[in-house]
Write a protein that binds this ligand. Structure first.
Ligand code: ARG
Length: 259
């Protein structure tokens, strides 16, 4: 049967092409990432429960302030959340610090990550000495231009439905235009979100990375928020658009006067 044979070979070539298009490393990290160190990214922190279970990421933006996702913080009591800084390996106990949280601010209009306003600020019980990163402001709109390379960091899953990473992982993904992201997700709202990823997929954030940083030009431009699966073609990661909340965040982050 000629037709059948032809079909089989066409399908075969298609599979081979797909395999080639998706980086072979797609199971290594974040999804398709590589190992990173908090020495190079000291502002990358993770959130744990009191029994040391890592459930989200965060970004140190002041010595006692961490930006994370609202969906990581909503409904939590400060007693239920610890911020771990300076620790690449989640199982390490002696490197870095695990700091209690004394206050949680969740964006007042937050309801659901798919709607927007997926941002929160944790105030730490004490200041930590790790390098912070500034938030993107109105002057940084250029960093949201499509194709801008953005670095994402986290301890989340390394594959859809897989286990989370023991070590900090990072990946670089290009910012996706609002138009393209709207094509991917009807719920995409460019006033509240920004997307990043490759059309062919393979490199992306995943569950457990939420709340963690998306960095470009030395500024925090996004907060890991949501996606569909992880690393799927034409399904970029969706991040909270930090510049959209610059004023509210600055208000939350401004130093509490020391008596
Ligand atoms: N909502 C997820 C979390 O709670 C983050 C999902 C990011 N997904 C993605 N495909 N980029 O950790």
């Amino acid at each position: 049967m000629r037709i059948r044979k032809l079909l089989v070979s066409v399908v075969g070539v298609a599979i081979a092409l797909t395999a080639a298009a998706v980086p072979a490393s797609s199971s290594v990290a974040i999804v398709g990432g590589t190992k990173a160190s908090t020495t190079d990214y000291p502002f990358a922190v993770f959130l744990t429960t009191p029994d040391n279970f890592q459930f989200c990421g965060g970004t140190l933006v002041a010595p006692d302030k961490v930006v994370t996702a609202a969906h990581c913080a909503k409904g939590q009591q400060p007693e239920g959340v610890f911020v771990v800084a300076g620790r690449d390996d989640k199982q390490a106990t002696t490197t870095g610090v695990s700091v209690p949280v004394k206050n949680i601010w969740v964006h007042p209009r937050y309801t659901d990550a798919l709607v927007g306003e997926d941002v929160a600020v944790l105030t730490l019980a004490k200041r930590v000495g790790y390098r912070t990163i500034p938030l993107a402001t109105e002057q940084d709109e250029v960093l949201y231009e499509p194709e801008t390379p953005a670095t994402i960091l986290g301890w989340g899953r390394t594959a859809s439905g897989g286990v989370t990473s023991q070590y900090l992982l990072k990946a670089t993904v290009p910012v996706v235009s609002d138009q393209d992201c709207k094509q991917s997700f009807a719920k995409y709202n460019p006033a509240a979100m920004v997307c990043a990823g490759y059309p062919q997929g393979g490199i992306d954030g995943c569950q457990g990375d939420s709340g963690g940083p998306m960095v470009a030009g030395g500024k925090l431009i996004g907060v890991s928020s949501w996606g569909e699966g992880c690393g799927l073609p034409n399904k970029p990661g969706v991040y909270t658009r930090v510049v959209a909340y610059a004023k509210e965040l600055a208000q939350q982050i401004k130093p509490t006067p020391v008596p």
